[in-house]
Each structure stands twice: as C-alpha cells, then as structure tokens.
Design a protein around this ligand. Sequence first.
Ligand code: AMP
Length: 217
Amino acid sequence: MRTIFLGAPGTGKGTQASVLAEKYNIPQISTGDILRQAVSEGTELGKQAKSIMESGGLVSDDIIIALIKERLARPDCASGYILDGFPRTVPQAQSLDDILQDSAPIDGVVYFDVPEEIIITRLTSRRVCSKCGYIYNLITDPPSEDGKCRICGGEIMQRDDDKEETVRNRLKVYKEKTAPLKDYYLEQQKLYVVDGTRNVDQVRADIDKIFQKFSKA
Ligand code: AMP
C-alpha cells in the first residue's frame, strides 16, 4: 500500500493519514511533521526551514527530496506508506518517480476535494495539542472546557501557520505549485478523488474502499 494523500492544507489529509496508517500498520510520512520537529530541535534543517514555514512558503525541492529519499529507504517503508504533504511540486513528483523506479511504484493518489472558503474556516479554527499532537477543531471537535487536551491534558496551541494571513498565502502557494499535481497523477491514471467536506468517518470509509482497489490491482 504505497499512497499519496494530495490536497490543499486543511482538507483533512493529516487526520485521515494518521488513522489509516495505524489501521494498515504502515508509516504516515508527513514532511510538515518532519520539518516541524527539525525546527523544534533547532537542527540545521530546522534553521533553514523555520522562516519559510512561518511565511507559508515551500522549503526547497532539493532539501525535501533528500529528506524523503532517506525516509523511504528505511525498513518500515517496505510494506507501504502514506505520504502526507509530499510531493508538493511537479519536480518533487518527478523525483519521487525516479526514486521509486528501482522498487515499487505508487499504487494511487487520494485527492481531498474541499472548497477554499471551507478550508479557511477549518484551518483558522484548527488547534493542536502541544504534547501528543492530537488535532482539534474549535467548531467540530473542540478541546475540553479548560482548554486542555482531552487525551493527555497537554496545552492546546494554534500553529503559527494557521493564522489567517499565512493560511491565505499557503493556499496561494498551493494553487500555483501543488494543484498541477492533480493533472500529473490524472495522466498516470492514479488519481482517486474523495469529497473532503463529508465527516471524518465518511471520508475514511471512502478511502478504505479506494485502498481495497489498490490491493486488488
Ligand atoms: P504541512 O504540515 O504539510 O502543511 O506543512 C507545513 C509547512 O512545511 C508547509 O507550509 C511548507 O512550508 C513546509 N513543507 C511541508 N512539506 C513540504 C514539501 N513537500 N515541500 C516543500 N515544503 C514543505
């Protein structure tokens, strides 16, 4: 099960990837999470990525491709993975095809379809537990009344890049750089569209059906 979750920020890719990665016992590979960890640890990668991420821009293709190449070579990727937030540009997608040339190709790409105004509302109301990473939404899935995480009691925070101005920039960057990937994978006949406006369980059921098709192919 080698799959890519494609879609604008805030379309639910991360939420679905974490649930389905656990269910299918494969790693969720989120380049955003890897970069955020590097920033919090203050590594060389983190120093290079920090200001770019804060402005909602994209980290350079070279850095991201090297990072993904190393990650996909690890043994836990042998029976599959969910790529969440990668590729984000056509050169990244082409490099991924090159990297996988000597092993197994991607089975399919799940595209999360959500209108822009819904995305803006979702992202600006998104909150994250600073301790366990659980993703809340102030409207649909709020944290407990004392503002703490329901799971671990950790502090709830808003990602800097979920503030409205940055969200608008991230969507602009998405349209320019990432949206063309839809055609890229359509041409490869690998694109599967899900309606990301449905609730979390419905979307998960739709993706489950798509995964069944991959395993039969
Ligand atoms: P995400 O959590 O996927 O929304 O990613 C957060 C931020 O990390 C993005 O706004 C980018 O600045 C950076 N980032 C994550 N993945 C990539 C990627 N594949 N290419 C370039 N930048 C990325």
